[in-house]
Design a protein around this ligand. Structure first.
Ligand code: AKG
Length: 253
């Protein structure tokens, strides 16, 4: 759980590294599970493999882990839907950068209140391109303009220019295996390419309060207008509480 001071840090910065994490044995099992996941799905890009649940729902067990959900509940409330899962398991050779971006920019969630947990399976540090955040960049709850970048050098095709920001102090999110970082959907973040020779495995889960609507029609429009990945058919898993919004078509897991 987070202390009140840590919750305030998240509110101020848009990111917090949790004071709890997974034990060594659990991380070792996760690492093997990640390796066998990619061995079984060789067509997936390890640098960014999204919608992991589509291939293997057993990853939901990790998203449901109480250490993670208790913190998510402190940040977004007790009614929690998990709607996304993605590996950023950058291998360490021929790596792609994660451009500076805001997540919420291409998410069809109304209102946009979500948080992501980034779970380190390997060490994530400056050497192997850990996530970098601009603390406080979420605070105005506004979208900065992004441009489309379809190059093979990056894992996402929406990128923003940091010159638009009023301030841009960069913080590296350095994590040991098993540690969690949480970030807000409006927060500006990115990561350098990992060419260190050392894998930087991380998996993310996206949570929204169940008072929000995952608007599938809006998702389809975003595909047409922005050329982003089609997330209109994402499965929605209610992990805690009830669907307060009432408009979300939930999935039985
Ligand atoms: O780990 C990375 O390279 C980027 C992660 C990210 O963009 C995210 O979790 O939203």
């Amino acid at each position: 759980m987070l202390t009140q001071a840590q919750i305030r840090t998240y509110e101020e910065d848009g990111q917090i590294t949790a004071p709890v994490g997974l034990d060594k044995q659990t991380v070792a099992k996760l690492k093997l599970k990640m390796e066998s996941f990619f061995a079984n799905h060789p067509h997936l890009d390890q640098d960014y493999a999204y919608d992991v649940f589509k291939y293997d729902k057993s990853w939901l067990d990790l998203a449901k882990c109480p250490e993670i959900l208790d913190i998510a509940a402190q940040l977004i409330g007790d009614n929690i839907i998990c709607w996304g899962s993605a590996f950023f398991a950058k291998k360490g050779i021929g790596g792609k950068a994660t451009p500076w971006h805001q997540d919420g920019q291409y998410w069809p969630i109304e209102p946009l209140e979500t948080c992501t947990v980034w779970i380190a399976i390997d060490h994530a540090n400056e050497e192997n391109g850990c996530m970098k955040v601009i603390p406080g960049s979420h605070k105005e709850r506004k979208y900065y303009s992004h441009h489309r970048d379809d190059s093979d050098e990056t894992v996402l095709n929406q990128a923003m220019d940091l010159t638009e920001l009023p301030h841009s102090e960069i913080r590296n999110v350095v994590l040991e295996p098993g540690m969690f970082s949480f970030h807000d959907a409006f927060m500006v973040h990115g990561a350098d390419a990992n060419n260190s020779g050392k894998q930087r495995g991380g998996i993310t889960f996206r949570f929204m309060p169940a008072s929000c609507h995952f608007n599938r029609e809006k998702a389809q429009k975003m595909v047409k207008e922005l050329g982003v990945v089609d997330i209109s058919k994402r499965e929605l898993f209610l992990l805690r509480g009830a669907d307060i919004c009432g408009l979300n078509d939930l999935c039985e897991d």
